[in-house]
Ligand binder design. Sequence first.
Ligand SMILES: *Cc1c(COP(=O)(O)O)cnc(C)c1O
Length: 399
Amino acid sequence: MEKQKAIAKAEKVLYKVYNRFPVVFDSGKGVRLYDTDGGEYLDFGAGIAVMGLGYDYPGFNDAVKAQIDKVFHLSNLFYNEPSIEAGEKLLQVSGMEKVFFTNSGTEAIEGALKIAKRYAYNKGMGTDYEIIAMKRSFHGRSLGALSVTGNDHYQIPFAPLIPNIRFADFNDLDSVKALWSDKTCAVIMETIQGEGGIYPAKEEFIKGVRELCDQSDALLILDEIQCGMGRSGSMFAWQGYGVKPDVMTAAKALGNGVPIGAFLAAGKAASAMEPGDHGATYGGNPLVCAAACKVLDIFEQDHIVEHVNEIGAYLWKKLDELTEKYDFITDHRGKGLIQGLEFTLPVGPIVTNALLEQKLVLISAGANIIRFVPPLVIHEADVDEMVKRLEAAITAVVK
Ligand SMILES: *Cc1c(COP(=O)(O)O)cnc(C)c1O
């Protein structure tokens, strides 16, 4: 289909909740995307931190195809081997004890919140407990996940949401303490805030929250949907902090584009829910679990996390140079391959120019922040090429 026709048709049929860029991609290879006009793009967005292994990683597509030819779906009324294997591997790399597979990130958050509620209910806290979440956070679009997303713009039109959610300032332990009460049953946060602008948790903050939770038998829920799966330079970002959550969530890069998420629990949280308390018709079906299995195998065999540490350091150095060079870049944050540059001006025009003129896919995180969440398999030459194209876009826009 001709591009303009495709775009016009899309605007006619697809529910208008996104402002899309005028590009129609139709294939990918490695860390490159190709549009329907044959243009080749360098991808530093990875489908919003999903394509950790990039496109057509050796062996990945074949593993998914092989499962398609066996069986895609069976329901959770029966056992299936890919889900057992994917579960075993995920518990092994996370050190958690139980896993439930979901279809998306937001559903993983729903499950995590249900564990917190069920745990409090089991203790006889009734249903009057409170959950502390963070300002500037993002946990998803379903009503439960939206309830703990600290963003008025997303929340207000959909009120009333789940009651008894209190919002603290991320990285400010006193603000968490100020909200604490004998009704507090859980704290939920991203280990590295993604959508909110790439803010890693400070070590003393996350450790302090862990301690508060331990003192009052509340659950610590860490959302690793964006920063997990190796992106921070640890398999899960919390592993780099020396704390362990009671419940954690994963999704995005877990299936490398095949829609799968998970919530995982350890210790007292691992047995809070009972048969009948939760379910998902598609959740953990053989197709998506075969994909997750292959992703986890590739991570291990090809030392993906080690690679993130090396290439993440290189990206850090290059972005630091940009921060030095341009007055209007005021901050550089992040870890591994989840980094952000904060500008004094809106980055929309830069990101748009990069895409349309420089054939570089970059995404923002808030109005003034460019977010770098490339496939984990990029090399130094890709970073160099990205920086060259980004600088060209910057100089074209900022005059
Ligand atoms: C993307 C994201 C979600 C929501 O995941 P979906 O798959 O879009 O539902 C939740 N939490 C974080 C931190 C995310 O980045």
